[in-house]
Design a protein. Structure first.
Length: 410
């Protein structure tokens, strides 16, 4: 009863706006703005706050959640539809407490449960960066959430149960590089927002950090000790993957990870290396890589319907160790999509292909949804799993594809 009453005490009239006024672009030192740009890239802010075909940071991007669709905020300094009236304290409160300028609780699709770890100085630099963007008048659509998630005051209860505010504390005895990586992974880069499983209330399961989660309809693989990668991740491999979106022993960044790698290509190298060092340390002592059958298993393909689909649609680029000149490929046996606990990513890649945005690095692959039937897509994905991985076959490929189709119709 005490807990319930304490939680309900959080629910009340919204706090009024802060008395402080918003800063003007002239108020910021150029070095602070430059630093804020790098920090915003580390936080991948542009990806979530830019709608398809919209202006950068102008919001309106639909973010799918189990509770409905949330549209991202306009982060440009437009006074009517953006954050042009937000003071530095308003911005800090949103980042650290998950409360808007008008005192409303923010939905945790905005990962303030991670941003609360960010220092005041870094928050101020990000504020300087967004407040010096070109103002864009762009009103975001209203959220489309199911009951009770659409009752915003109930977020107070969610916060009471799952939100732990507080700044990052460096661990003594660890190197400055390790602590920098921990600060970024646990805070601004909010890796756990995608790579940690969530409970029924949408909160991260803190007992299983970075052990795999879901992001925008994709499976976010486990990081650290829980990783299922056939070739163990090292700090150097992680650095290459995060910086370029590609590592020869692990594959290419796809789905929501592709824009993350594109953002990390623009930040200080030392920060990406720090993230890699921290994540590699979480994996523990490097284990010996298991034998990877890069040419595939010696399988009986005559009666496998997926084999003929693979031969006709995939083998040109993915046959054994050979690759089409100028095409970046890796052995399918080491790719995470083939070794994941779920066929979700393999199905999405085969169906949707890989299409980096203009100017972004990344692998190219055509979409086969219009060329293959759903039955053929299921067959070839099952073939990839049984032919190129030593893990147990997936038994829910067809059902997973049906769920993906329903998700994409919403």
């Amino acid at each position: 009863m005490v807990t319930l009453l304490s939680a309900c005490a959080w629910i009340g009239a919204p706090r009024p706006p802060q008395a402080a006024e918003a800063a003007t672009p002239a108020a910021f030192d150029r070095s602070q703005v430059v630093r804020g740009a790098a920090l915003a890239a580390l936080g991948n802010c542009r990806t979530c706050h830019t709608a398809d075909g919209g202006s950068a940071y102008a919001g309106g991007k639909p973010l799918q959640t189990p509770f409905g669709t949330i549209y991202s905020t306009n982060l440009t300094p437009d006074p009517e539809t953006g954050i042009g009236r937000w003071s530095a304290e308003d911005f800090r409160r949103a980042m650290h407490e998950g409360v808007s300028r008008r005192g409303r609780h923010l939905y945790p699709a905005f990962p303030y449960d991670h941003f609360t770890r960010v220092t005041d100085e870094d928050v101020a630099a990000i504020y300087a960066f967004v407040m010096t963007r070109e103002p864009v008048r762009a009103r975001r659509p209203p959220n489309r959430l199911v009951f009770p998630a659409n009752v915003r005051p109930l977020l107070a209860v969610w916060k009471f149960l799952y939100f732990e505010p507080g700044r990052f504390v460096a661990q003594p005895g660890r190197s400055a590089e390790w602590n920098r990586g921990a600060y970024l992974v646990e805070g601004l880069a909010h890796c756990g927002a995608c790579h940690t499983p969530r409970n029924a209330a949408g909160a991260e399961n803190t007992n299983e950090p970075l052990s795999g989660g879901e992001a925008e309809g994709w499976h976010a693989p486990a990081l650290g000790a829980a990783s299922r990668a056939p070739v163990p991740w090292t700090a150097q491999a992680l650095y290459a993957y995060l910086r370029t979106g590609f590592d020869a022993d692990h594959g290419v960044a796809a789905g929501p990870m592709a824009p993350v790698a594109d953002s990390l290509a623009t930040v200080p190298e030392a920060d990406v290396r720090a993230i890699a060092v921290y994540l590699a340390d979480r994996a523990g002592a490097p284990r010996a890589p298991k034998a990877v059958a890069v040419a595939g298993r010696a399988a009986r393909d005559d009666d496998d319907p997926g084999a003929s689909v693979f031969t006709g649609a995939c083998a040109t680029c993915h046959h054994a160790n050979d690759a089409t000149p100028g095409v970046t490929t890796v052995p399918l046996a080491v790719t995470s999509s083939v070794n994941d606990p779920t066929p979700r990513n393999a199905l999405r890649i085969v169906s949707e292909g890989l299409h980096p945005d203009s100017g972004e690095a990344g692998a190219m692959m055509p979409a086969f949804a219009g060329e293959l039937t759903d039955a053929q897509i299921v067959a070839v994905v099952q073939y990839l799993r049984t032919h190129f991985s030593d893990r147990p076959p997936w038994n829910d490929v067809d059902e997973t594809l049906r769920r993906i189709r329903k998700e994409d119709e919403r």
